[in-house]
Design a protein around this ligand. Sequence first.
Ligand code: AMP
Length: 307
Amino acid sequence: MSLIVVGSMAFDAIETPFGKSDKIVGGAATYIAWCASNFTAVNQISVIGGDFPQEELDALTARGVSLDGVEIKKDEKSFFWSGRYHMDMNSRDTLVTELNVLEHFKPIVPDSYQDSEFLMLGNLTPSVQMSVIDQMKVRPKLIVMDTMNLWMDIAMDDLKELLKKVDVLMVNDSEARQLSGDFSLVRAAKTILGMGPKYLIIKKGEHGALLFHEGKVFFAPALPLEEVFDPTGAGDTFAGGFIGHIAKTKDISFENMKTAIIVGSAMASFCVEKFGTERLREVTKADMDERLKEFVQLVNFDIDLSE
Ligand code: AMP
């Protein structure tokens, strides 16, 4: 019952209309691991510099995250990203991207990871994501990938090759529009599902997420929160909750994916409550159960169609 997570482990500096963080621990794979480790053992693949805090690595290990696949380049610096959010918190500008160790990242899948049944490809260069799939001796039961507009701008051909090899693609609404060249999300979904993935999840920030598969569509809302403190990592946390639930239940049916996107949405709602991974570190099973109940309340209604 294990899951490989591939992606960045990084330092971030975040500015929101409500505050500013120092250089804090971030990275897509860090968020995914903090979240998914609530549900399953995680086999992490990433690269970090000698500057990455040992306490963070120890905390992840204590949660059942294997770091055998995390390369440490002692004399180099970790990936650094800085972003600034606008008032609506749905849009942000990237201020700085320093690739550092990520520039020449060649992930190696350790032998001890080879029996992993699930693979979560966090946002990275498509060719790097592909190299992980290529190294798997047995194809995982389910391969899920995240990506971003940057790769559509500079590596579209590699991205399209990769899409033929994955089962589930996760993108936000603007990325779905860019990838398909279509403004209508329903038509965009049809086009993208024609590119390879069997399932497509389109994230719409505070407006929830849509799951498309064959002719079917399912919608999961985001929890309406009084205050969104820092949305960084919400997408990665969503991914961690989604794949974590699937890996825990080992059920890759459309019905179970519906539950998985509710779990992902619930976990993402914690992530945005504090800066960085802070909130995810303290979430308990009771917190998660309580929040899942709130989701059930949010979308549950009776309707009488007898008249
Ligand atoms: P999200 O808010 O879910 O889109 O993810 C934000 C996280 O992605 C931050 O913690 C960043 O460190 C990381 N990130 C930003 N840009 C990149 C990139 N080009 N490659 C890999 N990770 C990135």
